[in-house]
Design a binder for this molecule. Structure first.
Ligand code: ADP
Ligand code: ZN
Length: 619
């Protein structure tokens, strides 16, 4: 323990609040932080599911500082550890990491600090931690706690299973007296249960906060025409903002990035096929830049803590609702408005289902994965509030509509299409699943080229003149999403057949209504996601115009400082802190200390410099 706190009992919540203020510069705890910290300070293990940006790290960092001994933090990714350690060091915390990227000399020095009891927090990878020699060395070290970050990785019911996490179950018997804290942002009820069983936390308290992210404005649209063109449109409508575009393949990330650069957007691509150094460089460029767009596969993810990402666009649909929420959740971490826009199509769904079918997994696990895919498309193509659907999916109760997603704003109008659906379903039935979607539509319209006598003799031949070909295509796609039609991949030339029998019968009996989205004429060209929004403003924009020059000057100072130290600008100060400074124009160290995010160490390091910048604008 390096902090002497004379004014509060060492393991009280008051002591924790004092650390929150002095070291991290925050006025008070948020959400469930205080409850979780209280539990760990008392020496008890726990599991905490808090939303992205909810401040999970402080839940273990503060107890690690207050309890005697070294706090171990298990984290799945080096990038994640690097970032957190850099931020802690900026706040004056004795933190280090041990991973395969650290050179032997630095490792030896870290061990010396551990042995002298000088280190408060150590970040390790799961496989690094579970090596025999490491465990042996740590068994001789007093530990304050063991935190397991991104704990959903331990569960194969989750969406990001990592086999090496499974070994962490042994920590319970290896360190029986050390409290363990499992934290994650995304885990449905089943995954939570699994985390507790795997990590031996059955008898521990479980804290599950709301999954609400009120700063996120969600929308989704079916793919129409060129995805590349649409993505360029969406991104250029958001110029001067940082964002992430997720694409389904390496090749696509490269092509999209190129198309964006051609449109004048500073876009980079990122995927696992790139050289390690190139990836590290691009990640750093993205983090350091004021404006950058990263076009990436999901290899770009965990540990991307850039707080000012203003939009996340899925050029291809994500894998499941967990992934959707986590990927979209990378936007707006600073609490300012941000957008999540998803492009999806029935082809994405078929592809996802096919991949599951081909994987070698338990049948039971497969079924869960298939259900997850269906739930995702029910969300994307549904008609109810998107944010509310996600929160209910995670088991939240009493959830209200967000009032700001595309569905809440009524940008998607629906009509009752039950009768048309009955026609399409009987046509698929009569055609015996032998043809693709195009042929089904032609059949309904009586437009099949050179139809056979058999086809024209069917009762469904040409029964659908009331809808256009496009409307029939939309409806067919929707019926696929709903599971009322099913597509057999047939080696890339998918055939359409009737789906779940019970559900189809319900439609025929009129017990189940099919609501279809109304697409206005020319809707494809409307800038659906590009509208301006009331609250959609980055931090700086909330400043008055007269404070803007000071804000820019502070950013310039921060950029230079970050460059000199080789750290991302936001580990020095968040935009939000700089905006507060620009508005408040503190004239003294005491006034500066009152700004959110200015703790003791930052005040000591940067106080003079910041006051000087402010001084040049107030003199
Ligand atoms: P996550 O839960 O996503 O891991 P972090 O721990 O990275 O979230 O915290 C997200 C951001 O919120 C950080 O910038 C952190 O400094 C800030 N933060 C955490 N706790 C508080 C608090 N009590 N008051 C103000 N800001 C906080
Ligand atoms: Zn909504």
């Amino acid at each position: 323990m390096t902090l002497a706190l004379a004014d509060a009992a060492p393991l009280s919540l008051d002591a924790a609040r004092a650390v929150l203020r002095r070291t991290f510069g925050h006025a008070d705890f948020r959400g469930m932080q205080a409850e979780v910290i209280g539990e760990v300070l008392a020496g008890r293990s726990a599991m905490a599911v808090l939303p992205t940006g909810g401040g999970k790290s402080l839940c273990y960092q503060i107890p690690a500082l207050l309890r005697p001994g070294l706090g171990l933090v298990v984290s799945p990714l080096i990038a994640l550890m690097t970032d957190q350690v850099a931020a802690l060091v900026q706040s004056g915390v004795a933190a280090a990491r041990l991973d395969s990227n650290i050179d032997p000399e630095e490792k030896a020095e870290t061990w010396r600090r551990i042995e002298r009891g000088e280190l408060d927090i150590l970040y390790v990878s799961p496989e690094g931690l579970m090596q025999g020699w490491m465990l042996e060395r740590l068994s001789r070290t007093p530990l304050s706690l063991i935190a397991i970050d991104e704990a959903h990785c331990v569960s194969q019911w989750g969406h990001d299973f990592r086999p090496e996490y499974r070994m962490l179950g042994r920590l319970a018997e290896l360190f029986p007296r050390v409290p363990r804290l499992a934290v994650t942002a995304t885990a449905d009820a089943k995954t939570r249960e699994d985390i507790r069983a795997e990590l031996r936390l059955e008898d521990s308290a479980e804290f599950v906060d709301s999954f609400a992210r009120p700063e996120l404005v969600l929308s989704a649209e079916r793919k129409k025409g060129s995805v590349e063109k649409r993505v360029v449109e969406l991104v250029t409508a958001r110029s001067n903002r940082s964002g992430v575009v997720y694409a389904g393949s390496r090749d696509k990330t490269e092509k999209l990035a190129e198309a964006l650069r051609a449109a004048g957007v500073p876009a980079l691509s990122y995927h696992a096929g790139l050289d390690k150094q190139v990836r590290a460089q691009r990640l750093e460029d993205f983090l350091q830049a004021d404006v950058a767009v990263m076009v990436a596969t999901i290899a770009f993810g965990m540990g991307v803590d850039k707080p000012d990402v203003r939009f996340v666009i899925h050029a291809d649909a994500p894998a499941a609702i967990e992934a959707y929420w986590q990927e979209i959740g990378r936007a707006g971490r600073d609490g300012e408005m941000a957008e999540g826009i998803t492009l999806y199509g029935a082809a994405d769904m078929s592809w996802a289902l096919r991949r599951i079918a081909e994987r070698e997994m338990d049948e039971a696990v497969k079924q869960v994965q298939v259900r997850k895919v269906r739930q995702l498309y029910a969300l994307l193509d549904g008609v109810g509030c998107r944010a509310a659907t996600v929160r209910r999916y995670f088991g939240e109760e009493g959830v209200e509509a967000c009032g700001q997603c595309d569905l809440c704003l009524g940008q998607v109008e629906t009509t009752d299409a039950t009768e048309a659906a009955q026609k399409a379903l009987s046509a698929a039935h009569r055609l015996q699943g032998r043809f693709g979607r195009g042929r089904l539509v032609d059949h309904l319209l009586g437009k099949t080229k050179e139809p056979s006598d058999w086809e024209t003799s069917l009762s469904t031949w040409a029964i659908g003149p009331e809808l256009s070909a496009q409307q029939w295509r939309d409806l067919t796609e929707q019926l696929l999403f709903d599971g009322l039609l099913r597509e057999d991949p047939n080696d890339g030339r998918p055939l359409v057949g009737v789906g779940e029998a019970e559900a189809v019968r319900a439609v025929f009996r009129g017990e189940r209504r099919v609501m279809m989205r109304k697409h206005a004429e020319g809707a494809e060209d409307a800038p659906r996601g590009g509208r301006t929004r009331r609250r959609d403003k980055p931090a700086a924009a909330t400043l008055g115009p007269s404070d803007q020059p000071l804000f820019e000057a502070l950013r310039a100072w921060r950029a230079a400082e970050a460059k000199a130290q080789h750290v991302p600008p936001y580990v020095i100060f968040h935009d939000r802190s700089l905006a507060e400074i620009a508005a408040a124009k503190p004239g003294s160290r005491a006034a500066l200390a009152a700004i959110n995010g200015v703790g003791e160490a930052k005040l000591a390091h940067y106080g003079e410099a910041v006051l000087q910048v402010v001084g040049t604008f107030t003199a």
